[in-house]
Design a protein around this ligand. Sequence first.
Ligand SMILES: [Zn+2]
Length: 240
Amino acid sequence: MDVAAALAELFQLQAKDLELDQLEEEIQKLPPELAEIRTQWEERLDRLTELKEQLKQVRREYERNDLELKDLTQKRSKAQEEQLLAESAREVTQYENRIQQLSTRIDELTELTLPLIEEMERLEEAIGALEAELSELKPKLEELEAENEARIQELKAAFEEKRAEREAMAKGIPVPVLREYEAIRRARRGLGVARMIKVGETFRCEACSVQLPTHVAQKVYQGKQLVRCPSCGRILWKGD
Ligand SMILES: [Zn+2]
């Protein structure tokens, strides 16, 4: 095969590959404004979940207390009613003690319950504020998401078009050359083929700048076989 001719085509193909890399990178890149608003959105959403969970726990505790309070109050009313029917002073005192005990417990529990009510109010307010912030953010977020989606679709269309061109170019290059080039590109991320450039009386690899031994430069010039840079391993092309 005519290695020199194949490499000239390969070099052009590489230019196309680099454009494809660029497009891919652009597709991945999130617009800063969108990244910022997504972060704001997610932070508030996380906080909202947290607050709702807190509210659930406080409410559960409140309901438990409330239930117990109702029960104790009922028992006290019953004791008060029964006290009226007491038949002896001793019995009256017994009821009195019982009523006193229940009242103490009711007072204790009420004191524990009041802060819970305040806490629930505080949490509900915070949740309401967060929900308002979220609904305020939403239209902007949706707008930016839609814009980004459109941007990506456009880039993807450009990418597909370029890839088709690239595939057409690849058909003109011998498969072993292409395979080697692709393997190097995967390993070295970026360039698979590099030009040999003349600097004074010496030759260098354009990709890694290493000075090439004369026998390597000669082989590259002859263009009869694939020669790789002894330093970076890329395929060397003698250039136009
Ligand atoms: Zn090199």
